[in-house]
Write a protein that binds this ligand. Structure first.
Ligand code: FAD
Ligand code: NAD
Length: 510
C-alpha cells in the first residue's frame, strides 16, 4: 500500500503547483491526489453510471453532456465521463470543462499529450464515437488529419529494400541532408518491426510484420550527405523473402510528431548509484532489438504500472559522467540510457522507481523535446542556468559544447540548489572547471548552512547581470534554463529585462 500524506495536494511548496509551460495548477482538496484517484478507480464503484455498458456515442449525444456533473469528453475517438475525475484533475475543473461535450483531443495534446489517459480514465469510458459517413472537420480520424497537415511540412521520405541470402537491407530516402544517427529509432518486438525517422517536427514510419523472422541485433547507418538511412537486418533462416512483410498501422506514413502516439520499449535496470542524499544515477539497458539514441536536450517518458494504473513521467537522459573521457570503460550510448533522478519520498512515481530491483523492467518512450543542435552554430558564449534536477539537460549540453563547438569561448553554469548536500556531481563540475579554462561553475544556495561562503539566494537581477557577461559586445550567446517552473519563468522574465532576445534563450519544459 502506498503511503500518501493527507495534506492538500500539491503541497504549497511543491513543484506540481505550476504546470510546465506556465499553466497554473490548482490546489486540490484533501483526499484528491492522483493516488486517491487510482484508489477510487480500483474500488469497483460504477464511475460512468452505465453499469459497465459501452455505447456508440453520436455527436448529438456528446454535446448534451456538457455540465460539471454530467461531463463527457472525446479523446482520440473514445468518450469518457470525466465528472467523477473533476476534483482530482491537477489542472482544475475549469480546464476540463473547456472540452465538455466535445472533442478534447487537441486541447489535451497541447497540454499533456504524454499523460496516459487510457489507463487513468479506463473506468470512465462511455464508449466510442459513432463514425458517420461524412465526417465533419475537427472530428476526422487521426490518420486523415495528419495526412492533410503533412503536406505543409518537409517532403515525405520513401523506402526500398533488397536482400542477400542472409541479410535484408531497408533503405530510407529522407531527402534531407542533416540526418544523424539519433534521427532514427528502430524496434523489433512482438513480431512488429518499426523504424521511425525524425525529420524536423515530422515522423516517417515503417511499420511491418516482417515476412520471416530476423535475429535480434541489426545495424543502422546514415549516409549523411545524401540523407540515406540503411537498416541491415539478419535473417534467421537463409531463404528468399517474397516481400518485406505485411503493412501494420500507419506504415509508410509521414506525420507531425505531435500527432503520433508515444511508443515504448521495455528496458532493464542495470545499475543504481547514490549521487546525493536523494538523487540517484539509474542505468537502463535497451532491449537488444531496439536502436535508440536520445538527442541532446531531449527527454523521454518512463512508464510504470503503479497500483494497476500506468503512470508516465518525463526524465532527461544524461551521460554517465561529466568527465567521460577519463572514466573507462564507457558503455555504448546506443544501448544504455542514464538518468539522474531525485526521489521524492511522498511522490507517486519516484519511490516506485527507487524500489525496482536490478534486472527489473521500466518502459521507456521515444525521445521528445524542441532543443535543436543548430542552436549551437557559431556559438561563442554558452550560459547554463540550472536549479535542482533541472541540471539534467545541461549534462549532455556541457559535454557536447566543450568537445564539438569550435567557436566556443566560454561556458558558464550557474547551479541553484537548496543546500550543499543537494548539489549533483559537485566534484565533477569543479574538476571540469579546473581542467578546461573555458568552463566556469558557480553554485548558488537558497538554504545554506552558516559555513557557506559562496553565493546565496534565489535567481535575481543582481545575480544574473553579474554572471551573464558576453565575451565581446557582439558575441553569439545561448542561455539555457531549466528547473522548477517558477524558477524557469522568473528566469526568462529577468533575461528579457536584461535585453537578451528570444533566440538567445532556450527554456526546458515538458
Ligand atoms: P509527484 O507525485 O509528482 O510529487 C512531487 C512533489 O509533490 C513532491 O515534493 C512530493 O513530496 C509532493 N507530493 C506528492 N504527493 C503529495 C501529497 N499527497 N500531498 C502533499 N505533497 C505531495 N526529474 C528528475 O529527477 N530527473 C530528470 O531528469 C527529470 N527530467 C524531467 C524532464 C522534464 C521535461 C520534466 C517536465 C520533468 C522532469 N523531471 C525530472 C521531473 C519528473 O518528471 C517528476 O516530476 C518528478 O520525478 C516527481 O515525480 P513523482 O511522481 O515522484 O512526484
Ligand atoms: P529544488 O526544490 O531542490 O529547488 C532547487 C532550486 O530551485 C532552489 O534552491 C531555488 O534556487 C530554485 N527554486 C525552487 N523553487 C523556486 C521558486 N518557486 N522560485 C524561484 N526559484 C525556485 O528543485 P528540485 O526538487 O530538484 O526540482 C527540480 C525541478 O526541475 C522539477 O520541477 C522538475 O520537474 C524540473 N525539471 C525539468 C526538466 C525539463 O526538462 N523541463 C528537467 C529536469 C527537471
Amino acid at each position: 500500500m502506498l503511503n500518501v500524506p493527507s495534506q492538500s495536494f500539491p503541497a504549497p511548496s511543491s513543484q506540481q503547483r505550476v504546470a510546465s509551460g506556465g499553466r497554473s495548477k490548482v490546489p486540490l482538496k484533501q483526499g484528491r491526489s492522483l493516488m486517491d484517484w487510482i484508489r477510487l478507480t480500483k474500488s469497483g464503484k460504477d464511475l460512468t453510471g452505465l453499469k459497465g455498458r459501452l455505447f456508440e456515442v453520436t455527436e448529438e449525444e456528446l454535446v448534451k453532456h456538457n455540465k460539471k456533473d454530467d461531463c463527457w469528453i472525446c479523446i482520440r475517438g473514445f468518450v469518457y465521463n470525466v465528472s467523477p475525475y473533476m476534483e482530482y484533475h491537477p489542472g482544475g475543473e475549469d480546464e476540463l470543462m473547456r472540452a465538455a461535450g466535445s472533442d478534447g483531443t487537441d486541447l489535451f495534446d497541447q497540454v499533456h499529450r504524454w499523460v496516459n489517459y487510457e489507463s487513468m480514465l479506463k473506468e470512465c469510458l462511455v464508449g466510442k464515437m459513432a463514425v458517420k459517413p461524412a465526417i465533419p472537420k475537427g472530428m476526422l480520424p487521426k490518420s486523415q488529419v495528419t495526412d492533410t497537415r503533412a503536406r505543409e511540412g518537409p517532403i515525405s521520405p520513401s523506402y526500398d529494400w533488397f536482400q542477400t541470402d542472409s541479410l535484408i537491407t531497408i533503405i530510407i530516402y529522407t531527402k534531407q541532408k542533416d540526418m544523424n544517427l539519433d534521427s532514427v529509432i528502430v524496434d523489433y518486438q512482438d513480431d512488429s518491426f518499426r523504424a521511425e525517422t525524425i525529420i524536423q517536427d515530422y515522423s516517417y514510419l515503417i511499420h511491418m510484420e516482417l515476412f520471416r523472422e530476423i535475429q535480434e541485433d541489426f545495424s543502422v547507418r546514415v549516409v549523411a550527405n545524401v540523407g540515406k538511412i540503411e537498416i541491415v537486418l539478419k535473417k534467421k533462416e537463409h531463404t528468399s523473402w517474397k516481400c518485406l512483410g505485411r503493412a501494420l498501422e500507419n506504415h509508410n506514413s509521414f506525420t507531425p510528431r505531435k500527432d503520433t502516439a508515444l511508443y515504448y520499449r521495455k528496458c532493464q535496470l542495470i545499475s543504481k548509484e547514490d549521487v546525493t542524499h536523494d538523487t540517484k544515477l539509474f542505468c537502463l539497458m535497451l532491449p537488444p532489438s531496439s536502436y535508440l539514441q536520445v538527442p541532446i536536450g531531449q527527454h523521454v517518458y518512463l512508464k510504470l504500472t503503479i497500483a494497476g494504473t500506468e503512470i508516465v513521467k518525463p526524465y532527461t537522459p544524461v551521460s554517465h559522467s561529466l568527465l567521460f573521457k577519463l572514466m573507462e570503460p564507457v558503455l555504448p550510448n546506443d544501448k544504455y540510457i542514464y538518468f539522474l533522478i531525485k526521489i521524492y519520498p511522498a511522490g507517486l512515481f519516484t519511490p516506485e522507481l527507487d524500489h525496482l530491483q536490478i534486472g527489473d523492467f521500466v518502459s521507456v518512450s521515444s525521445p521528445e523535446g524542441n532543443f535543436k543542435i543548430s542552436q549551437f552554430q557559431e556559438l561563442e558564449d554558452l550560459f547554463l542556468l540550472a536549479a535542482g534536477t533541472g541540471f539534467t539537460p545541461m549534462v549532455k549540453i556541457l559535454n557536447y559544447a566543450l568537445t564539438n563547438i569550435p567557436s566556443l569561448r566560454k561556458v558558464k553554469l550557474m547551479f541553484f540548489n537548496k543546500t550543499e548536500d543537494d548539489i549533483i556531481w559537485r566534484s565533477q563540475l569543479e574538476n571540469l572547471a579546473f581542467k578546461d579554462k573555458r568552463c566556469e561553475v558557480e553554485f548558488v544556495l537558497s538554504a545554506p548552512t552558516s559555513g557557506w561562503n559562496g553565493k546565496q539566494g534565489h535567481i535575481s537581477p543582481a545575480l544574473l547581470s553579474e554572471f551573464l557577461k558576453r565575451s565581446s559586445d557582439k558575441s553569439k550567446v545561448l542561455i539555457c534554463i531549466c528547473g522548477p517552473t517558477p524558477f524557469t519563468e522568473q528566469g526568462i522574465r529577468l533575461l528579457h529585462d536584461l535585453n537578451f532576445s528570444k533566440d538567445e534563450i532556450h527554456s526546458f519544459t515538458a
